[in-house]
Design a protein around this ligand. Structure first.
Ligand SMILES: Nc1ncnc2c1ncn2[C@@H]1O[C@H](COP(=O)(O)OP(=O)(O)OP(=O)(O)O)[C@@H](O)[C@H]1O
Ligand SMILES: [Mg+2]
Length: 230
């Protein structure tokens, strides 16, 4: 469904990703793991077309998307929940959600099922995004991405810096998006336990390269020790 072949990605002249080969099947859940600075966010940005330069092949459902602009990739069905959430602080919750609907191929307003996933947002529709807690902003960012009606959702460290009880809710929603709603998920994650619970497959990055990948059952403690321990 989503396929990267021999992908290199650059910030200016500096190469941040090298020779990435990854496939995510429809309905699959892929976790991208690795230490700080190995290129996880860069990989997400490359899929979205947000890098200075990307070489190699990127395909969605068999069609090459390498030449598409970011908004066209969104309309093609790729949604993104960026690291740091990207909530517009002086837009209300409702306005932040509307931004997601603009990226949909067939916009259908603020869909009920999305709000139902995050009941807290319903009470805060007229509040400024910037006045929400970190956990609430993260829920808003996921809801906004879902309103773009994605086939695949890219989530970059969605539980980073969030208090434990909200982390559980967010993990639960991400799991349900995949299992109940059939949305393909690419998750960047530091929490190996959650990745193991939720994913079908994993990819481990080191210095801009994929150093291990496979079925989640093949993610051994030894791999984690070698490529994730600090
Ligand atoms: N805007 C930028 N300009 C130049 N280099 C950058 C830029 N952003 C990131 N890099 C470099 O690219 C490499 C990969 O960074 P990236 O943000 O993708 O890592 P990451 O795995 O997401 O890290 P983290 O776990 O800290 O979020 C790092 O060496 C980083 O310093
Ligand atoms: Mg990152």
């Amino acid at each position: 469904m989503l396929e990267l072949a021999d992908v290199d990605a650059f910030y200016g002249n500096s190469r941040a990703l090298q020779g990435i080969n990854l496939k995510v099947g429809a309905g699959e859940f892929l976790s991208v793991l690795g230490r700080n600075g190995v290129g996880k966010t860069t990989l997400m940005r490359s899929i979205l077309g947000l890098m200075d330069r990307v070489t190699g092949r990127l395909a969605l459902d068999g069609s090459d998307i390498s030449a598409l602009r970011t908004y066209q990739r969104a309309k093609a069905g790729i949604a993104y929940v960026p690291q740091g959430r990207g909530i517009l602080p002086r837009f209300t919750v409702r306005e932040n959600l509307m931004l997601g609907t603009f990226a949909a191929k067939a916009p259908d307003g603020i869909e009920e099922w999305v709000i139902d996933l995050f009941p807290v947002l319903k009470d805060f529709l007229n509040r400024y995004g910037g006045n929400l807690s970190g956990g609430q902003q993260q829920q808003l960012a996921i809801a906004r991405a879902l309103l773009a009606q994605p086939k695949v959702i890219l989530l970059d460290e969605p539980t980073e810096g969030i208090q434990p009880n909200i982390v559980e809710q967010i993990e639960d929603v991400i799991t349900r998006l995949n299992r109940e709603h059939g949305i393909t998920v690419v998750l960047v994650e530091q929490n190996v336990a959650f990745a193991r619970r939720a994913s079908h497959r994993f990819a481990l990055l080191e210095k801009g390269r994929v150093v291990a990948k496979g079925a989640i059952a093949e993610l051994t403690d030894d791999l984690i020790q070698r490529h994730m321990a600090v």
